[in-house]
Ligand binder design. Structure first.
Ligand code: AMP
Length: 263
């Protein structure tokens, strides 16, 4: 492993690898590495000769009330990801996805990887980066990897350490409620309102969230709300607050009836 802290050095290493016929996979992170990040790194290692992993806490993607307020001196150009950046996570965290898209583009320009590995846990981030790559003709394959979970279902996140033991006990209620929605869809229910009502009920009972930021059934590509879960499936996405900790998660599923009806 080589640790590099300068962009030019990173680009040199990556270019030399590709010039000698190797492929390069890239995993961007913000540190606090856990098994979720490691799963992306392992997948990238299986598929490429060389892997670049970045650890960079991006000042640009934190809103004024979040951990960082500093912007690099002289930095003024950013990527506007469009309407997808304004909904769900974007509505809760103004400017967040502009920051994400900008830093990912910078890193892609430094590493010039063949493929970029992102986690499904942050599905909106993954869709925004996929759109950016398509819209701006960035020659990289964007690969979305499954969410890694604790045994009780809680999605791994660097934020989980902020949960008190009592809050940690409530946290898996988020995925339990989502899985119940999946079961309902698999049993043939296609109506989004019905599925969401059930999920919300279980969520309130089991996670007892201090706030539900959003809970929605959305189109897998556009992330816009759907009224029915059909053959193309849907993502159930959600963000809640338990105490001072904000948790997000999502689950992809299809309706059995929808799958049959259109097959
Ligand atoms: P972060 O350091 O939190 O910005 O995350 C870096 C990358 O790891 C992003 O692509 C995340 O989607 C991904 N990631 C975070 N948590 C998980 C998880 N539990 N399972 C899979 N990927 C994850």
């Amino acid at each position: 492993m080589r640790i590099v802290t300068r962009g030019a050095e990173l680009r040199g290493l990556s270019r030399r690898a590709r010039q000698s016929g190797m492929t390069v996979g890239f995993v961007p992170t913000m540190g606090s590495l856990h098994e979720g990040h490691l799963s992306l790194i392992r997948r990238a290692r299986r598929e490429h000769h060389r892997i670049a992993v970045s650890v960079f806490v991006n000042p640009l993607q934190f809103g004024p009330k979040e951990d960082f307020t500093l912007y690099p001196a002289g930095f003024s150009t950013t990527v506007d990801p469009g309407p997808l950046a304004e909904i769900w996570e974007g509505a809760q965290r103004p400017g967040h996805f502009r920051g994400v898209a900008s830093i990912v583009l910078k890193l892609l320009n430094l590493v010039e990887p063949d493929a970029l590995y992102l986690g499904q846990k942050d599905i909106q981030q993954a869709r925004i980066v996929q759109s950016m790559a398509r819209d701006l003709d960035i020659p990289v394959r964007v690969i979305v990897c499954p969410t890694i979970r604790e045994r009780d279902g809680l999605a791994l996140s660097s934020r989980n350490v902020y949960l008190t033991p009592a809050e940690r006990g409530r946290a898996p209620g988020l995925i339990r409620a989502m899985r119940e929605g999946r079961e309902l869809a698999r049993s043939g229910v296609t109506d989004a309102r019905r599925i969401l009502a059930r999920v919300r009920g279980t969520l309130r009972r089991e996670a007892r969230p201090d706030k539900i930021d959003y809970l929605a059934l959305v189109d897998p590509a556009t992330l816009l709300p759907v009224t029915r879960v059909d053959r193309g499936g849907a993502f159930l996405i959600g963000a809640i607050r338990i105490g001072n900790t904000r948790l997000i998660d999502n689950l992809y599923f299809r309706s059995r009836q929808g799958a049959k009806g259109r097959a």
